[in-house]
Design a protein around this ligand. Structure first.
Ligand code: HSE
Length: 425
């Protein structure tokens, strides 16, 4: 089995290393010798994490996808324009393709999967979601008896690493982000991590496989973690929660809701204790109930583990993605944002004067929102009270309307912060 790799960076290098160190194990499983014969790289002389012995290097990625002897192309270079073109050429040249590129699948997956299907080839992408966790295979194989009701996950390692360091060490956002970049976790453009775009790519893929619908990245509502302050982290801790950047996809009576946003989770929940660069995905099936999958969401060999598992599936002929029946998949209608029900955390900075809390709670009540708990911190030097409120479960439209009314009050000193709360019951 001859393999051509596009990109020998963190993931490509990891693949070469894992293929070498687990050669005997992979032969035992497949009965096939897997050889990386060609690789396209940006710089020929750059230092790498893997050996390039026996691999023909080229700076022209088209040379790889056009080489007749190559059976499978691994697209591990990232980006969406050139990568899309190369994947399409590889498929048209009769090659199976495996990619770790979530942006490519989320944005061009419908077209590329149809192309692969029309050519009776596989386009696999286990490594695109949650790094080393075999989450797509779990959905497609282990949970195939279920109607999936919900998928909720911490699916961006960089964001989780930042929130964990802020909570545990009181570190500064920018400082932790820099460390995540140095460790090779972050995307080339780290705003993809902190603004939730990377998680939205992954969530769109998870939802498509979980609910059997088209990839609908444009329907994911996305909010990042860059506005989470040390004060929010401290309030959350005091109220018994951890703040996590969650991707949530639900099938509500045939309507899909897909959202990525910071979320308060009760500390007693397993997801609240998934820290550092680790990822975890909670899946609720209508037969099995809740199942939880945990592991490294980024990193060279963890991601390589998922890439090579796809390769093994192709060799053994155990690919399950065909059961997705991509050509018959349809778009799924989205649930109206205002109808989405959630508990909310509100943080307010208000002048310390009589009746402020009463005013706030009466506005909430006028929108059918009741208060589950409230914490008021110190009155600061400007005579302002720092207040955090946890509501009951309400419609998003109601909380937004209530906050507009609260914001109009003269005693409110800054924009009211709204963060979702999920109890994961
Ligand atoms: N930037 C991604 C993350 C890499 O931090 O999770 C893995 O997809």
């Amino acid at each position: 089995m001859n393999i051509g790799i596009l990109g020998l960076g963190t993931v490509g290098g990891g693949v070469v290393n894992v293929l070498a160190k687990n050669q005997a194990e992979l032969f035992r499983r497949t009965g096939v010798q897997i050889q990386v014969t060609h690789a396209a790289v940006r710089e020929l002389d750059q230092s790498r994490i893997c050996s390039t012995e026996g691999i023909q290097l080229t700076q022209d990625p088209f040379e790889v996808v056009n080489t007749t002897s190559i059976d499978v192309v691994l697209e591990l270079m990232g980006g969406t324009s050139l990568a899309k073109e190369l994947v399409a050429v590889a498929i048209k040249n009769g090659k199976h393709v495996i990619t770790a590129n979530k942006a490519l699948i989320a944005t061009h997956g419908n077209e590329l999967l149809n192309l692969a299907k029309a050519n009776k080839l596989h386009l696999l992408f286990e490594a695109a979601v949650a790094g080393g966790i075999p989450i797509l295979k779990s959905l497609e194989q282990g949970l195939s008896a279920n109607k999936i009701e919900m998928v909720t996950g911490i699916i961006n390692g960089t964001g989780n690493f930042i929130l964990t360091e802020m909570r545990d060490k009181g570190r500064d956002f920018a400082d932790v982000l820099k460390e995540a970049q140095d460790l090779g976790y972050a995307e080339t453009d780290p705003t993809f991590d902190v603004e939730g775009i990377d998680a939205a790519h992954k969530l769109a893929i998870l939802a498509a496989i979980a609910f059997g619908c088209e990839l609908q990245f444009d329907k994911v509502s996305t909010e990042g973690i860059s506005q989470i302050s040390g004060e929010d982290v401290a309030f959350a801790t005091e109220l018994g929660y951890s703040i996590k950047h969650l991707g949530i996809a639900k099938n509500i009576n045939g309507e899909v809701q897909m959202r990525v946003h910071p979320t308060l989770i009760p500390k007693s929940r397993l997801l609240a204790n998934v820290d550092g660069v680790m990822n975890a995905v909670l899946i609720k099936g209508n037969a099995v109930g809740s199942t939880l999958y945990y592991g490294a969401g980024a990193g060279d060999e963890a991601t390589a583990s998922a890439v090579i598992a796809d390769l093994v599936d192709i060799i053994k002929g155990t690919v399950s993605s065909d059961i997705l029946g991509w050509q018959s998949l349809k778009a799924m209608p989205s649930q109206n944002q205002n109808e989405i029900k959630s508990i909310f955390y509100l943080r307010l900075l208000a002048t310390d004067e009589t009746g402020v809390l009463a005013d706030i709670t009466s506005i909430l009540a006028s929108h059918n929102i009741s208060v589950e708990s409230v914490v008021q911190k110190q009155i600061d030097a400007q005579n302002n009270a720092h207040i955090a409120i946890i509501t009951n479960q309400v419609k998003t439209g109601n909380i937004n309307a209530a906050v507009i009314d609260i914001q109009k009050k003269n005693f409110i000193q800054e924009t009211v912060k709204i963060i979702h709360v999920e109890t994961l019951d």
